[in-house]
Design a protein around this ligand. Structure first.
Ligand code: ATP
Ligand code: MG
Length: 556
């Protein structure tokens, strides 16, 4: 192993070697999305690779829209893709391309192939063509049109372009080898008829290049040096290279494949995500449960955390599935440092302080971050009636339950020590009110005699708290492998979004873009629809579930 092998992943090693050997003076990569849906977390990985390499080694990364199938592509996807890449922290600058920019050159190159006897017009029906392709174990059979004169193919190709042929009536195929063990080399289709208006070229064209003909050729036109893609294109590489070898290209890009990103409980296929959106299982592409970049942004995932995640999983050749918990743990690490703290009560239970001076309100100082003084403090109102979490009181509690229980003393964060003296139940036997006394000598949450209080709980003042709609998200799928059983729609989790009304401190009515920690509960962010009068929060990620585990242990 050379030093470089240990310093770099295999793609970066190739790039470093090509620079060191002088094969390339500078590197050009590209990110080539098809504008037929929103980008997802798998694309985030590809973006971090394509643009990240340029950040490290210098050069350029092109953003190229692979807009060769007008029946599925739309401008709104182009706009969303651009917004997502910029948000993720990358910029193509002046290097914005569309495969459709190259249509004229691609057509000329198709003509070049025909003239050289390397392509022909096939007029078989789609079914005949499929049957003639053979299978993994059987060679294909030659089309009866395979050896027609180049002049005839040329004439038909121009007819196709002129709109004089129906969709499916004929197609341009590269003439390679119908007996090749690689099915992609069995005379692949390279140009087809589509009587479709194109978002950019309008009605200028009714023939469109197939992906395999557009992609590598666009790479060559744009001077891409390293064309990075996912493993499913490995079998296409011989075709990629065959086409470059049979065309008068002036630059020869190299295709390199790496493994797709798969994450448990997550689908990374635009087509399937589109089905979920179109069938109303979620509220649009940017629903916070979606693994789309826009969904994750709306959910409060910091771009830096996504970049860190992509960097940590790295680039490999072998496919695997990354545990969703890894992403959550990276999110918590980032948010723990960056998120301000606020108090919010999700399942409110009223506390009445029986020895509190009637009508008295005290403004207490609360830290915005326990570890970062620079984030400052804020004032929080405290009065004789408070809300705490329902879970923070138990009538009959085990010995190790350090929250409120009859007779126990607990610290109310930033406030006082309170001792539970009594509680009130409704006619169903449910506790609806807890009575406490407070110790005036413990203001700020410390006692002069330093007596030990094991539990600290959060609270909001009943008179000052505001209501907020809070969406508690869970996995969109019930199964770690969403395809389990063969039908991802059947595995959609019907309880992936629980909506509650929480009581939150008024400081949360200030609008901000960054995630905030609801103390002890998790990280939350204002939803895009949130307003000061109608607060809506999305849970980005819950706290580490050590709390839930402890709870379970206590119950067992
Ligand atoms: P999908 O199957 O979701 O539609 P795609 O590959 O068809 O994905 P494109 O828009 O063609 O979508 O992809 C643009 C780039 O993103 C390609 O280079 C592709 O290899 C890469 N990419 C797509 N999905 C993943 C993934 N899960 N992990 C890593 N890279 C991906
Ligand atoms: Mg694709």
């Amino acid at each position: 192993m050379t030093e470089q092998d240990t310093k770099y992943d295999f793609v970066r090693s190739i790039v470093a070697d090509d620079l060191a050997s002088g094969k390339h003076d500078s590197i050009v990569t590209r990110f080539p999305p098809e504008p037929n849906g929103f980008l997802h977390i798998g694309h985030a990985k590809a973006i971090c690779v394509d643009f990240g390499i340029i950040d490290e080694f210098g050069g350029k990364c092109h953003l190229r829209f692979d807009d060769t199938n007008p029946s599925k592509e739309e401008q709104k996807y182009v706009d969303a893709i651009k917004e997502d890449i910029l948000w993720l922290g990358f910029d193509w600058g002046e290097n914005l391309f569309y495969a459709s920019d190259h249509f004229e050159q691609l057509f000329a190159w198709a003509v070049h192939l025909i003239e050289n006897g390397d392509a022909y017009i096939d007029e078989q029906s789609p079914d005949e063509m499929r049957a003639g392709r053979g299978s993994l174990t059987e060679a294909g059979t030659n089309s009866p049109f395979r050896n027609r004169p180049a002049s005839e193919s040329l004439e038909l190709f121009h007819k196709m372009r002129a709109g004089e042929a129906a969709e499916g009536a004929m197609i341009l195929r590269a003439k390679i080898d119908m007996a090749s063990p690689n099915i992609n080399l069995r005379d692949p289709a390279i140009y087809r008829i589509q009587h479709q208006s194109h978002p950019r070229t309008g009605d200028k064209w009714c023939v469109y290049p197939m992906y395999d003909f557009a992609h590598g050729q666009s790479d060559a036109i744009e001077g891409i040096t390293h064309s990075l893609c996912t493993m499913e294109f490995e079998n296409h590489r011989p075709l990629y290279e065959w086409l470059l070898a049979h065309l008068p290209v002036t630059s020869t890009p190299r295709q390199i494949e790496f493994a797709r990103l798969n994450i448990s409980y997550t689908l990374t296929s635009k087509r399937k995500l589109k089905t979920i959106v179109d069938n109303g299982f979620v509220d649009g592409w940017d629903d916070p449960r979606m693994p789309t970049i826009s969904g994750m942004r709306r959910r409060g995932y910091p771009a830096a955390a996504l970049r860190a995640f992509c960097s940590l999983i790295g680039i490999k050749k072998t496919e695997g599935t990354v545990d969703f918990a890894l992403l959550q743990s990276i999110l918590r690490d980032h948010l723990n440092d960056s998120a301000e703290r606020r108090m919010a009560v999700q399942q409110p239970l009223k506390v009445v302080i029986t020895n509190w001076p009637e009508g008295h309100v005290e403004m207490l100082n609360a830290k915005n971050h326990p570890g970062d003084e620079a984030m400052g403090t804020r004032e929080v109102a405290f009065g004789g009636e408070l809300y705490i979490e329902r879970d923070d009181f138990k009538e009959e509690a085990p010995r190790k339950y350090f929250r409120l229980k009859p007779g126990a003393e607990v610290r109310f964060k930033y406030a006082y020590y309170l001792t539970c003296t009594d509680f009130v139940k409704d006619e169903h036997g449910e506790v609806i009110e807890v009575h406490c006394t407070y110790d005036p000598e413990t203001k700020g949450g410390d006692s002069a005699d330093k007596r030990k209080v094991k539990g600290t709980i959060h609270w909001v003042s009943a008179a000052h708290a505001v209501d907020a709609t809070v969406r508690l998200y869970d996995h969109l799928f019930n199964e770690a492998n969403p395809e389990e059983g063969g039908d991802y729609l059947a595995n959609i989790n019907p309880d992936s979004c629980e909506v509650i009304t929480a009581k939150v401190e008024p400081a949360l009515a200030e609008m901000f873009d960054d995630a905030v920690q609801f103390e002890r509960a998790g990280y939350f962010v204002h939803d895009a629809t949130s307003t000061p009068d109608n607060l809506v929060f999305n849970r980005t990620v819950a706290m580490r579930d050590s709390w839930a585990k402890l709870e379970k242990k206590l119950q067992s």
